[in-house]
Design a protein around this ligand. Structure first.
Ligand code: FRU
Length: 490
């Protein structure tokens, strides 16, 4: 039998993709294969949470959009379901773009944007976007009903997408993102049957400095106020603010009887590198839950070498305190905890230099951390995570005494990524309590009081698992407790 060792060897060394570490999350929602972006349609149906998402199953690049689908009984353990929507009909020829899901009587209804390229594929100057309806009796198989809003309120609007639907009293309401020239608009509609929609008003429109398009709007009542959540494109960075390509944030105010929203300034909801297109759900127990895409447009995605990319952030609970949204990891997530790795105040560091945490390592961890920054007069005080044995790779989370900010630094966080994101802490007298969630290619940091969060992707080597506390002058850092987290997939 002929053998071709040269050919075989050449194929291995030249032809195959280099082996890369596995970045797949253990307890976050990610696609089985291919590309993922926005969460769309987060809904509680017949005792289960359903999360749909923008998906391109055939490729790790964005393309004709499908709706991927996963469900969970407890917000912790997820199961993939068959693809819910695929493009190709006359009204969604080139994509089933973002939208939302609602329970209507006995069925589950999806409102989404049918997207068509009118010119070249990818030419955003010539597109048609219409709002479409699909429904399902079993929560798994969906029947399309075509376009239910075929034209935007102004014929000159071409970008018109991401319908978010909710019920209030006798009516359904729908808010969408739109763009007239470079002016962002949020048209608001009303319906009694999800099929016939009456345009009410533009709930909001952008002004100077507000960007050119607002994607994925959501409008909900929380603790007696109205919250307008959206993802603007085209806002400029300002100091430490708005450093990402695009942003997700909110305004707190009031939707008046003319259907116009007035309120406070736009506030970014998360201060990390990767947080976009968030959407909320009103849970059966009254909690307002939120999911976001834990990535950013045009960011490095090294997991593409493993034939998948994109993941969603942890589900969060929202509360409103003094005009600002506070976010907390959904309380159900404590079910992921295995036996605690540390007992109270097991690890404290108030020296200078670095202290490796010998008994603590891992790539799927929850860590409760306390930073006593009041005494930190100079330099930095914090924790290094996902450290390699030689110290070359590490993700840093620290208080910077000079800036008086909490910094997430991924300059040495592995493949592709870089840069710092931070939040202002001044003036800080109380100890700062943090909850940190590590998954294989992500870090999410929550202030224990909910007042800020930082969410970023990181791509360390699989064996970069170490942790260390570090400081330079004064202050104290303590790990109160830590847990290995179990798998979130059934
Ligand atoms: C937001 C977004 C939406 C659009 C979808 C397309 O990330 O651009 O506006 O519907 O992604 O995948």
């Amino acid at each position: 039998m002929p053998v071709f060792p040269d050919l075989a060897q050449r194929t291995l060394s030249e032809g195959s993709a280099p082996l890369t570490p596995d970045f797949r999350p253990g307890y976050h929602i990610a696609p089985p294969t291919g590309w993922m972006n926005d969460p769309n349609g987060v809904v509680y149906f017949r005792g289960e949470y359903h999360v749909f998402y923008q998906h391109h199953p055939f490729d790790t690049s964005w393309g004709p959009m499908y709706w991927g689908h996963a469900k969970s009984r407890d917000l912790v353990h997820w199961q993939h379901l068959p693809i819910a929507l695929q493009p190709g009909d006359e009204f969604d020829r080139h994509g089933c773009f973002s939208g939302s899901a609602v329970v209507c009587g006995d069925s589950l209804a999806l409102l989404y944007t049918g997207h068509t390229w009118l010119g070249e594929v990818g030419d955003e100057r010539s597109i048609r976007q219409v709002q479409c309806l699909a429904s399902s009796d079993d929560g798994v198989h969906f029947v399309k009903h075509g376009a239910v809003i075929e034209t935007a309120p102004d014929a000159a609007i071409m970008h018109f997408r991401d319908p978010k639907v909710w019920r209030d009293g006798e009516h359904w309401y729908l808010i969408a993102g739109a763009r007239l020239g470079d002016v962002p608009l949020l048209p608001l509609y009303r319906s009694s049957d999800l099929r016939t929609w009456e345009f009410l008003a533009y709930a909001s429109r952008g002004g100077e400095g507000d960007g050119y398009m607002w994607e994925c709007p959501d409008l909900f009542r929380l603790d007696g106020q109205d919250v307008l959540l959206y993802s603007p494109q085209g806002m400029q960075p300002d100091g430490f603010e708005r450093l990402n390509r695009f942003h997700t944030g909110y305004r707190v105010g009031r939707l008046d009887s003319d259907w116009r929203f007035t309120g406070g300034p736009f506030i970014e909801l998360d201060n990390g590198h990767d947080f976009y297109a968030a959407q909320t759900l009103l849970a059966a127990d009254g909690r307002r839950l939120l999911w976001a895409w834990l990535d950013m447009w045009e960011s490095p995605m090294p997991s593409k070498a493993q034939h998948w990319c994109g993941m969603l952030g942890l589900p969060r609970e929202l509360q409103l305190h003094e005009g600002r949204l506070h976010s907390y990891p959904a309380r159900e997530l404590t079910a992921l905890r295995r036996a605690p790795l540390l007992v109270d105040d097991a690890l404290c560091w108030d020296g200078s230099g670095s202290q490796p945490l010998a008994g603590l390592s891992g790539d799927r961890l929850e860590i409760e951390l306390q930073l006593d920054v009041a005494g930190c007069r100079d330099g930095r005080l914090g924790i290094a995570l996902r450290c390699s044995a030689d110290g070359q790779e590490q993700t840093l989370l620290y208080y910077d005494a000079h800036l008086q900010r909490l910094v997430l630094d991924r300059s040495r966080s592995g493949a592709g990524v870089s840069g710092q994101r931070s939040v202002a802490l001044a003036p800080v007298r109380e100890p700062l309590l943090l909850r940190v969630f590590l998954d294989r290619s992500s870090i999410e940091v929550f202030a224990a009081d909910g007042s800020f969060s930082l969410s970023s992707r990181i791509y360390p080597q699989p064996d970069s698992l170490g942790l260390a506390l570090f400081g330079s002058s004064g202050g104290r850092v303590a790990v109160h407790q830590a847990w290995q987290l179990s798998s979130g997939w059934v």
